[in-house]
Write a protein that binds this ligand. Structure first.
Ligand code: AMP
Length: 249
């Protein structure tokens, strides 16, 4: 079974994000970019399926500017076999990404696609669900455990107040939650090996998709600054303040 893993290039999670002065988005110039952390979990899960002999090939796909090839290389160094870069300088919103991924699924015929539950840059949490709808495939979102048997997959999902288990028939779409696994670090020999693995480059037009944005971004602003806290001298003062000043927000 072939497993396709879409990996997004995002601002590294350690970077303190700054909003551009004109409010059109966040600053990415000169900022460290990395693979979306939920996508690292997706790559790890796909590679583990290969190591168990369940997956035969793991294909990493990234959509965006030419530098997204670096994100694919990271996936290849973690153990993916080959990459597909859909190169576009245009802003790619979730619906466009889902349509492009659906077209790639048509060409590649994977048995499983594992995405992140959300990209940490815009927190859309939409692409996997849209992709499942476009393909007409079942979806197991927010997965914290996967078990594949025959043409079925059992997915444990993290839901409010507990865990839900769903059984899906393959091919299916999975989106990863934080507890699914702990992604490996790529070793130096594997980083070297990844350089020789193939990456195919396509344009949205090659896949017959018009990636024009459908959503209009009005404005991005910094979160409001937190007010400084107050130090109290005693427990009695704290209790008094809680009684008279504390508010439920
Ligand atoms: P989102 O719906 O934007 O929060 O993203 C959810 C998931 O969709 C991500 O974790 C990726 O697996 C995938 N995805 C979204 N955008 C891209 C992209 N430009 N390239 C590759 N994968 C993407």
């Amino acid at each position: 079974m072939k497993v396709l893993v879409p990996v997004k290039r995002v601002v590294d999670y350690n970077v303190k994000v700054r909003v551009r002065a004109d409010g059109t988005g966040v600053e990415t110039a000169g900022v460290k970019m990395s693979m979306n952390p939920f996508d690292e979990i997706a790559v790890e899960e796909a590679v583990r399926l290969k190591e168990k002999g369940i997956a035969t090939e793991v294909v990493a796909v990234s959509l965006g500017i030419a530098a997204c090839a670096e994100t694919i290389r990271t996936a290849l160094a973690m153990g993916a076999d080959r990459g597909i870069l859909v190169e576009s300088d245009a802003e790619l919103q979730p619906l466009a990404v889902a349509k492009l991924l659906a077209a790639i699924a048509g060409r590649e015929q994977p048995g499983l696609m594992i995405l992140g539950k959300q990209a940490i840059d815009d927190d859309m949490n939409a692409t996997g669900q849209m992709l499942a709808a476009l393909l007409g495939w079942p979806q197991g979102t927010f997965a914290s455990k996967l078990t594949i048997e025959g043409d079925g997959i059992t997915v444990t999902r993290e839901v409010d107040g507990g865990l839900e288990t769903v059984a899906l028939r393959l091919p299916a779409i999975i989106t990863t939650d934080l507890r699914l696994n702990e992604p490996r670090y790529a070793s130096l020999p594997n980083i070297m090996k990844a350089r020789k693995k193939p990456i195919e480059t396509l344009k949205p037009a090659d896949l017959g998709v018009d990636p024009a944005p459908r959503l209009h971004l009005v404005k991005v602003v910094e979160p409001a600054k937190r007010k400084a806290g107050v130090k109290v001298a005693s427990v009695a003062e704290l209790v008094a303040k809680l009684k008279t000043e504390a508010k439920v927000i």
